[in-house]
Structures are given as structure tokens and as C-alpha cells.
Design a protein around this ligand. Structure first.
Ligand SMILES: C[S@@+](CC[C@H](N)C(=O)[O-])C[C@H]1O[C@@H](n2cnc3c(N)ncnc32)[C@H](O)[C@@H]1O
Length: 387
């Protein structure tokens, strides 16, 4: 088997965002990628890995695939893990890594597992078998073993068992990429940052005109729209990623990536947020200030259905409440449809709806419906051109 010459990389995402994520990767110059449910894979370099962590708006994490092997039972799991560290047959190495670097016993690791359709159903037992294989091989090869550190590992490893196949991956992000660093106050049910970014990226908005959210909650949709229009990298307020502690990390290469300018299609952007809850507006003010956007933002407290937008056209984003009986009345959705029709003619719109089919009461035909998951909750992003 020829040894790999590149890194085998996987950016993971919420189900439904794969196409947008592949388009984001293409915009980073990564043209050839393979889309799988919940992720996009490609063969790439350390530069790709740094850039993906710094710039991807719709990804959850960026993982490096270390190896895969056939593992129908616990003994095979153990043997494959051991072969990965010792070298030898029985395991396919997926990424070109300097030999010996990765399983250096000086590097504390953590291991988490997921299983689907595998005969090995107990993820905790799978973790034990793979951990034993890794550390036994470390003892044989280096004379000592690495510590397990679940709280602050240098190497956060992930085991995926799918059918009879085991894959060992290294998480290069650490904290998931939705931790952008601007959410200083949370309340209610904020939409996840990747979904908010997805709504903006899928909306067809060119970055011109104002952005309005008449039910803005903590301001996530406004913050993500502003980041797209102003070319602000999603990682700009983060302090750490797992890869910055990996052996061979090149700080100067990462600094050069951080200095790369991003397209900035809306330099004069203004943001307009409204919510009926004063507490939500206080949270939005704090978060948008942390994001460096407060000076271009107008916030108001009041009923969305009485909101008068600034002159447009621009982008209107709405994430109405869901899971509340009153909020899910079809009449509320009709009122929202009327608001969009009457006050936002000529604008682009994205409405983040639950999956109860209430979107049909808007009385507007979406250009596209994007089914996605917000954590465990199924949702739809309705994309509309308001004529
Ligand atoms: C699902 S939350 C929005 C979460 C927001 N996208 C975020 O990331 O924090 C819905 C918001 O709509 C607000 N809301 C509900 N009905 C409203 C109305 N008629 N007028 C103004 N705000 C309303 C609620 O107060 C709540 O903050």
C-alpha cells in the first residue's frame, strides 16, 4: 500500500449544511472534496487545516483522519489501534504524518467514540479497547505510555465505528467552531452560529443594503450577516484551537493565514435588531459590542409586527420562536408573511422555521427550503425573494 502524501481532512457540519460547506471550501481554493452526510472530506495540507479552522462559517470541527481498519469486534479494534502506533499490517494510515510524532508518549490524549451499525455497540467499551491498543503499543515502542487527559488533552481523538469499520480521527478544532467568542450573554434558544451563517450564505444576498432581524433575540443572525458582509473571519475572537498545540504547529504560517484579507462586499453595512423582550435586546447589545459591531447597529424594543424597516432593499432574517403553543399558531405566521410582503418588498429573506410545516402559513413561496438540524431539533431555512 502506498503511504499517503497529504492529510486526509474532514470538516463536519450539521446535517443539511454539506453543500454550503463544500462551497465554502471551494472558496478557500479546495475544489475537490467529497460530501458525506454531516461532513465534507478532502486531501489537503496543514495550510488547509489552519485556514479551514480560521475561516469556515458552517463547519462544526475540522478533523484529521489518522487511520482506518476493519474492526468487527473488540479484539480487532485493539489490534488495529496497536498497529497504528507500532506500524505494520492491518491498518490503513490515512494521513501523511511525521512517523512517531503522533503517538509520542509525552502528548496526553482523550478518546471519544460514536458507533452506528457496528456489532460493537458499547462506545465506552470501544474506547477502552482502542485506548489499550494505543498505550500498549506506546509501551512497546517507546518504553512508556501517554496519559489520558479528558479535560485538556493535547490530542483530542475520536473513534468512529460504522459497520465493521473503525476510523480514528484527530480533532484539530478542540472547542467546536460555533464558539466564535462574541456570545457573552446567552438567553432563550439562540440559533447556532453555523445555522445563522448558513441562512446568510444561502440567502443570495450580495452584501449590499441593511440587515434587519425583527425578532433578534441575542443577535446571532445579525452578527453572522455582518461577518459575511464585512469579511470578518469567524475565528477572529477565538483564543485557541487544538491544532496550535500539535507537534509541528507553525505559528508563522498560521499568522500569515490570519492576515489574509477576506472579501468585504458590504463595507457600509448597518444592522437593525428588534425584539419585544428588553432582556433580549440587552443580550444582543452586549454580544454585538463584543463582536465589534455595536456602532453600526440600531436596536429597538417592540413588537415585530409594528417594526418599520430602514430603506432597503437589504436582507431580512427571522428566527421566530418555536416549541411554544402561542408562537406556533398559524395566525402568527400569517402576520409574519404579511410583514415581509408589506414592508420588505425587493429584499432577500431567510426565515428559520421549525419542521412543523408552519412556514406554509407565510403565504409566500420560498425560492428554496433547506432542511437542517439545530442540535437535535429538525428545522428548515426558508429562503425567499420578496417581490
Ligand atoms: C427563537 S428566538 C430568536 C433567537 C435569536 N435568533 C438568537 O440567536 O438569539 C425568538 C425571539 O423572538 C422574540 N419575539 C417573539 N415574538 C415577537 C414579537 N411579536 N415581536 C418581537 N419579538 C418577538 C422573542 O422574544 C425571542 O427573543
Amino acid at each position: 500500500m502506498t503511504p499517503p502524501t497529504a492529510l486526509s481532512l474532514v470538516a463536519t457540519c450539521a446535517l443539511g449544511l454539506e453543500e454550503l460547506l463544500a462551497a465554502e471550501l471551494a472558496a478557500l481554493g479546495i475544489g475537490t472534496s467529497e460530501t458525506t452526510p454531516g461532513g465534507v472530506r478532502w486531501q489537503g495540507s496543514w495550510t488547509d487545516l489552519y485556514r479551514a479552522n480560521w475561516r469556515l462559517r458552517t463547519a462544526n470541527r475540522v478533523l484529521v483522519e489518522l487511520g482506518r481498519w476493519s474492526a468487527p469486534d473488540g479484539d480487532a479494534l485493539y489490534a488495529g489501534a496497536r498497529a497504528l502506533v507500532r506500524g505494520g499490517a492491518g491498518v490503513e494510515r490515512s494521513s501523511a504524518l511525521p512517523p512517531g510524532t503522533w503517538f509520542d508518549p509525552a502528548l496526553p490524549f482523550a478518546l471519544a467514540a460514536t458507533t452506528s451499525g457496528s456489532q460493537v455497540r458499547d462506545a465506552r467499551w470501544a474506547v477502552m479497547r482502542v485506548k489499550d491498543g494505543l498505550v500498549d503499543a506506546q509501551r512497546e515502542r517507546f518504553g512508556r505510555r501517554a496519559d489520558v487527559d479528558r479535560r485538556d488533552p493535547v490530542l483530542p481523538l475520536r473513534l468512529r465505528l460504522s459497520g465493521d469499520e473503525a476510523t480514528l480521527l484527530l480533532d484539530s478544532s478542540g472547542e467546536p467552531l460555533d464558539r466564535r467568542g462574541y456570545r457573552v450573554v446567552s438567553r432563550g434558544a439562540p440559533v447556532r452560529e453555523q445555522l445563522a451563517a448558513a441562512a446568510v450564505l444561502a440567502s443570495g444576498w450580495d452584501g449590499s443594503g441593511p440587515v434587519v432581524d425583527p425578532m433578534c433575540g441575542t443577535g446571532t443572525l445579525l452578527a453572522e450577516a455582518a461577518a459575511v458582509a464585512l469579511g470578518l473571519p469567524p475565528g477572529r475572537l477565538r483564543e485557541s484551537w487544538a491544532f496550535t498545540r500539535f507537534p509541528g504547529f507553525e505559528p508563522r504560517r498560521f499568522a500569515a493565514i490570519r492576515a489574509e484579507p477576506l472579501p468585504c462586499p458590504g463595507p457600509d453595512l448597518t444592522l437593525h435588531g428588534n425584539d419585544r423582550e428588553p432582556e433580549a435586546i440587552r443580550a444582543a447589545a452586549a454580544n454585538l459590542a463584543r463582536a465589534g459591531l455595536r456602532e453600526r447597529t440600531q436596536l429597538s424594543t417592540g413588537d415585530a409586527f409594528a417594526f418599520t424597516p430602514p430603506s432597503g432593499p437589504g436582507l431580512v432574517l427571522v428566527n421566530p420562536p418555536y416549541g411554544e403553543r402561542l408562537a406556533e399558531e398559524p395566525t402568527q405566521w400569517r402576520r409574519l408573511g404579511d410583514l415581509l410582503k408589506q414592508r420588505f418588498r425587493g429584499w432577500k429573506a431567510a426565515v428559520l422555521a421549525g419542521d412543523a410545516g408552519l412556514g406554509k402559513h407565510l403565504g409566500l413561496r420560498p425560492r428554496r427550503r433547506l432542511p437542517v438540524r439545530n442540535g437535535p431539533l429538525p428545522m428548515r431555512i426558508l429562503l425567499l425573494d420578496l417581490y
